[in-house]
Ligand binder design. Structure first.
Ligand SMILES: Nc1ncnc2c1ncn2[C@@H]1O[C@H](COP(=O)(O)O)[C@@H](OP(=O)(O)O)[C@H]1O
Ligand SMILES: [Mg+2]
Length: 261
């Protein structure tokens, strides 16, 4: 356990450092490239990735790394420990300059996330969790820390949905459950799962595609705040897979009653 405490505090400092590099780019003009998969890439993604990957290799040379912005050499398959990194989740929101982007770092052991750190540098909020030890939110400006817990609501629910990647199925689900929903909030990045962990929302359904780095850290934080994170078919999401796409979709709900699929 002590060993993991050390890892957690190092990952937190690394996420903050990467967040600072992201904000330096955010506050000035920057170029946007388009990747092979048609998604955008900025200097901020690359700088954040360099800081995180270098930092992880230095302190944990024996652990594998899967990062959205690094070449996947597949050596991770021979390692029980694998960091899963999204150096800038919500790149589209970063480009739109609405502040809804995060740095995601998870550590998986035998395909399950045991540690998750999510930092939103524009609002200086740091979410983190360690398996069995709870989920927390630290205000990086004043150092205040609070433990996170999901709501127990089954009515007047606040649903969060993607700002830039919504789907027809999601719209239909919202429409079919209108009687239970009081509000729909559209937000970018892993902040949606964090909002459920923080009791600022109750449910988040994702029908569209994401990848392991979009969910691993959030998965740990949601579960440690008492919430439920599963694939849409009800099965557990495992990580460090051959195919890194989360093809089955997922949901984050505060409690079983709000599983609608
Ligand atoms: N067609 C697609 N295939 C794979 N991942 C996709 C995708 N469309 C969106 N995503 C993922 O969804 C993330 C954004 O989530 P959201 O819509 O909740 O803000 C993106 O993160 P990046 O910004 O890191 O690329 C990207 O990884
Ligand atoms: Mg990314």
């Amino acid at each position: 356990m002590e060993k993991y405490q050390e890892e957690l505090s190092y990952l937190k400092s690394l996420a903050i450092k990467a967040g600072q590099a992201i904000m330096e780019v955010y506050e000035r003009e920057f170029d946007v490239e388009i990747k092979e998969d048609n998604s955008p890439l900025t200097e901020a993604d690359k700088k954040s990735n360099a800081i995180i990957v270098r930092g992880l290799r230095e302190v944990f040379p024996n652990y594998a790394i899967l990062s959205e912005e690094s070449k996947d050499d597949k050596s991770r398959f021979n390692n029980d420990f694998c960091f899963i990194v999204d150096p800038l989740d919500g790149t589209k929101e970063f480009i739109k300059q609405n502040g809804q982007f995060t740095v995601n770092i998870a550590l998986c052991y035998k395909k399950r996330p045991i540690l998750g750190v999510i930092y939103a540098p524009a609002i200086k909020k740091l979410y983190y969790a360690f398996k069995g030890e709870g989920a927390y939110l630290e205000d990086v400006e004043n150092g205040e820390v609070k433990r996170l817990k999901v709501t127990d609501k089954t009515n007047n629910l606040i649903i969060v949905a993607s700002k830039s990647h919504s789907s027809q199925k999601e719209k239909e689900l919202i429409d079919d459950h209108k009687e239970f929903i009081s509000d729909v909030i559209y937000a970018g990045s892993s902040l949606k799962g964090c909002m459920v962990a923080e009791s600022k929302a109750d449910v988040y359904y994702r029908f569209g595609l994401t990848s392991e780095w979009d969910t691993a850290a959030m998965h740990c934080i949601v579960e440690e705040s008492g919430g439920i994170f599963r694939q849409l078919d009800g099965s557990e999401m495992l990580y460090n897979r051959e195919n890194v796409l989360n093809e089955k979709g997922f949901y984050v709900v505060n409690r079983e009653e709000n599983i609608w699929v």
